[in-house]
Design a protein around this ligand. Structure first.
Ligand code: SF4
Length: 317
């Protein structure tokens, strides 16, 4: 398998945060899924697959939503709140104990690893409980939202995408898009991005939705005025609808072009997509390093725990 260049918003974000982190994630860890990979590549792959506790909570909520919508989609079982809550509980419990016993080190692809456990950070029990409560609230909010009714009334072919990796091409480059949910109703394509964290700043999210709109136009050969995009924050139970314009898409394409050019300028070979670590500098921002999965490769002389105290973990909700 060849490491081919592609682009996504998360890739851009990582590149902007720290070039070294980007190198480890997209190049250094390549091939580390194999148990016969050399020890550094394997370690990078294990670290790359970690999640912070907030990412973990969000991804479990998204997994559960995908499962219950999929079962409704295939008509095997209607949407079921109790089943969703039980599934959430079981996944979070299983993931936590698996991560604590280090199963992600033997099988990083199939077992989630948690950053805070990997680095033995002092997360109080009440914070783990708070995460679980927040995840439960997100599932409750989904069932109190208009979505179950919308999903139950959609025709089979109008449930278009649920949390699936897909891509479109921009100037021959694969642009990855993983929309949470896209459905079609009365000729309108609705793109949904579910959020599970507390935020009021949706600037990045709007760019992401612009990309999903470009993907929708490309995938289903539709017009921009047949698309609508919405952020639905399950934790805060609020939503914001965006009318994406042609100008938004053009600005996002310009941003992609600039970002792709910048990323490629650091490669050894653009055609082979090969890279050397010394061309990817470490950042100089401890607020980025202290949540970086690759911390142990950069800061051997300091202990990550020193940057945390119990108060740091409290303000989640
Ligand atoms: S620990 Fe800091 S410098 Fe090292 S890869 Fe991570 S963000 Fe970059």
């Amino acid at each position: 398998m060849k490491n081919k260049f592609s682009w996504s918003f998360s890739r851009r974000r990582m590149f902007e945060e720290c070039k070294r982190k980007y190198y480890y994630y997209y190049y250094g860890s390549w091939g580390g899924w194999s148990t016969s990979a050399d020890s550094e590549t394997r370690l990078l792959y294990i670290l790359k697959n970690l999640q912070t506790r907030h990412q973990w909570m969000g991804s479990v909520v998204h997994d559960v939503l995908k499962r219950i919508i999929d079962t409704a989609l295939f008509g095997t079982r209607p949407l079921n709140h109790t089943l969703a809550s039980t599934t959430l509980h079981n996944i979070m419990k299983r993931d936590f104990y698996n991560a604590r016993s280090g199963k992600n080190h033997t099988d990083p692809k199939n077992f989630r690893g948690l950053f805070e456990l990997e680095y033995d950070l002092p997360v109080p029990n009440q914070e783990w409980k708070r995460l679980y409560t927040a995840a439960t609230s997100c599932i409750d909010a989904f069932f109190n939202s208009p979505f179950p009714d919308i999903i139950n009334h959609l025709k089979y072919n109008d449930r278009l995408k649920i949390e699936q990796f897909d891509y479109f091409r921009h100037n021959t480059i694969k642009i990855f898009a993983v929309p949470d949910f896209i459905y079609k109703n009365n000729g309108i394509y609705t793109i949904i991005d579910w959020k599970t964290g507390s935020t009021t700043n949706y600037t990045d999210a709007k760019q992401q939705l612009t990309l999903y709109t470009a993907f929708t136009i490309d995938k289903w050969n539709t017009a921009i005025n047949s698309c609508t995009a919405e952020i639905y924050n399950l934790l805060q139970q609020d939503n914001e609808t965006f009318l994406i314009t042609q100008q938004d898409i053009e600005e996002t394409c310009a941003l992609m072009d600039e970002s792709i050019e910048h990323m490629r300028s650091l490669l050894d070979s653009v055609t082979e997509n090969t890279a050397s670590i010394n061309r990817f500098a470490r950042c100089d921002a401890m607020h980025i390093c202290r949540t970086c999965f690759f911390y142990q490769l950069c800061w051997t002389d300091q202990v990550l725990r020193d940057y945390y105290d119990e108060d740091y973990f409290i303000p989640f909700a």
